[in-house]
Design a protein around this ligand. Sequence first.
Ligand SMILES: [Zn+2]
Length: 277
Amino acid sequence: MKRIRVAAAAAALMILAGCSGGTSSPRTESQAAAGNWAQPSASGPPASPQATAQAAALAALPEALRNRVPKFGPPPAPTKVTLPGGGGAGWFSAIPTNEKIAFITIDDGWSKDPMALKLFQAANVPITLFLEVNAIKDDPNYFKPLRDLPGVTIEDHTISHPNLKGRSYDFQKHEICGGADKLEQYYGKRPTLFRPPGGTHDATTLKVVHDCGMKAAFYWHETTDHGVVFYQSVHKVQPGDIILMHFRPRFVDDFLAVLKAIHKAGLTPARLEDYIP
Ligand SMILES: [Zn+2]
C-alpha cells in the first residue's frame, strides 16, 4: 500500500514537473516521500526552481566561501521512529538508523547573521531551527526567509531558556507551551518538536512537551563552536546523529564546519521532522 502511494506520488510529481520519460529515480521517490525539497542532480530532468535558486546562491557567494560548501546527494526515503506511549514525548540524542544521514539543528537565535540565508540557499539542505522566544523577539522577521526555504523548519526552545529539570509542571508548561504559542504567532505554524535548553530535562518535561501538542524532544551527539565540531566519543559523525550549533557570531564558520563534518563522514543531511510520526 505504502509502495503504491509513493509510486503514485512520484508519478504525480513527474507530471507536475513536466518530466518527460525516464524512470523514476531514487531522488524523485525520496523527494515525494520526504516532502518538498531535494538536492538537484547533475543530469536528468530540467533544474527545479529550487536547484536554480541553489545555483544562483552558490554563484553569488564569494569564491572563498563557495569552495567550502560541499555537495550532498539526496537523503533516502525516511523511516519513522517509534514514539513511546503513556503520555510522554519521545526523547532522542540521535535517530536510530543505519542510513547515511545526519541532522543539522541550530538553536536560540541571538546572532542574526545576514549570510545565513545565502548559505542555507547555497547548501540546500534540511535544517531544524530550535528558536528561543527571547532571543528572536527583537527581530522575528529575520527567520521568515529562512523558514520559507524548502526543508527548513522552526521548532520550540522555550521562552526564556531556563533549566527545566526539577521545575514544576506549571513552570515548564509556561515555558514550553508558551514558546510554541509565540512561534505559531510569529510564523503561522505550531512547532511539533522541542529542544530543552542545555538539554536538561526530566519526566515532567517530556509530559509537558506531549501535553503542549509536540511529539519529541532532542539532545545531540556533536556540538559546534568557533568553527569547530566537537565530538562526544568517536571522532566522526555517525549515521542518525543530531548535530547542535547556534546562531552565534561565528555562524558562517560553524555552519560550514557542520556541513564539512557531515560530508567527510560520507553522510547527507536529512530532515528531522520526516523521521517523527
Ligand atoms: Zn539554547
